[in-house]
Design a protein around this ligand. Structure first.
Ligand code: GZL
Length: 308
């Protein structure tokens, strides 16, 4: 009788070394830095041959990197898609080459979901709901109106689309909460600051709350609010998502009011999935990471335990 090589290895309890091509979206935020570190560390720890390339927030570049991996005949491709659309062609090429694809941290919208094998990341709609729920729970009275500025992440990316959706879903039941403007901050501190400056020029002290889709844009908004002469966290409340140490610092100084965690430490799960796929084992289609939320009080305790 004949055992396929990988079955023989499995039988002997020896998995074959995996070559994983990872097309990282960019280095736009502190979250991304922690995510990339986690992937590199986990590959090293799991003895995975990792080829990680950075697409610098450019979809054409990300597709070109994936094509390189197909040419190199890597065992598995993983990527964090910059935006939700435009992946059919390169994913079909990977499928034709027999290379399974893991979606890391961000999902995509394709007609044929057999073009990707697994998604490892968070529920962004829930993150948006949690951000809005904090506002609802902290309004003096449900009669008070609140004017909200939304700083959106990268346009058409899954986190921006879904965090917007989840936030709006909660606001639908609270007509006293109004988003008076949504501006594109592209998940970066610089752009977040620039958009907040614009919002302050237009609305000034009429703004009660800022909802930033990530901590980096929230920090940018804090700088803009201070330069404008108002007190962030007091005159204008600020809520963000990610829970990186930037947020914990701002929470502990009272300049940020709340942050919703989005876990960047996906490396171990990605390596595990890649090894399962390489050795012909099935893996679940969706692996959602667990997450918390942090107030100013909770931040003071939590920040000692975190290293990103
Ligand atoms: C979320 C991730 C987002 C982070 C941002 O999983 O895709 O992209 O929230 C990062 O900080 O830029």
């Amino acid at each position: 009788f004949y055992l396929k090589r990988n079955e023989l290895n499995e039988h002997l309890g020896k998995d074959e070394k995996v070559t994983l091509g990872f097309a990282q979206v960019g280095n736009e935020s502190a979250w991304r830095t922690a995510n990339t570190d986690s992937i590199i560390k986990a590959a090293d720890h799991e003895n995975v041959d990792l080829q990680l390339k950075n697409a610098h927030n450019n979809q054409e570049k990300q597709i070109a990197i994936m094509r390189e991996f197909i040419k190199q005949k890597v065992d598995v491709i993983a990527f964090s898609p910059l935006v939700e659309h435009g992946w059919e062609e390169v994913l079909q090429e990977a499928k034709n080459a027999g290379i399974p694809v893991i979606l890391s941290d961000r999902e995509i919208k394709v007609q044929d979901n057999s073009l990707w094998t697994a998604f490892i990341g968070s529920d962004f709609v829930e993150e948006g709901r949690r951000a809005a729920q904090w506002i609802v729970d902290h309004m003096e009275s449900s009669k008070d109106t609140a004017h909200i500025i939304e700083l959106e992440g990268t346009k058409n990316s899954a986190p921006a689309t879904d965090r917007k959706l989840g936030f709006k879903e909660v606001l639908e039941n609270h007509h006293n909460l109004h988003i008076i403007d949504s501006l594109l901050g592209d998940f970066t501190l610089g752009k977040g600051k620039e958009m907040m400056e614009k919002a302050l020029q237009q609305f000034g002290s009429e703004i009660d709350i800022v909802y930033a889709h990530n901590d980096d844009m929230a920090i940018g908004a804090i700088e803009a609010i201070e330069e404008y002469g108002l007190r962030p966290g007091i005159d204008i409340k600020i809520i963000s998502i990610d829970a990186t140490n930037k947020a914990f610092k701002a929470l502990s100084t009272g300049k940020l009011n709340f942050t919703v965690e989005c876990n960047p430490l996906l490396g171990p799960q990605i390596m595990q999935a890649a090894k399962e796929l390489k050795n012909g084992r099935e893996i679940p289609m969706r692996i959602i990471t667990s997450e918390e939320t942090f107030t100013q009080e909770e931040a003071k305790k939590e920040m000692k335990k975190r290293n990103y």
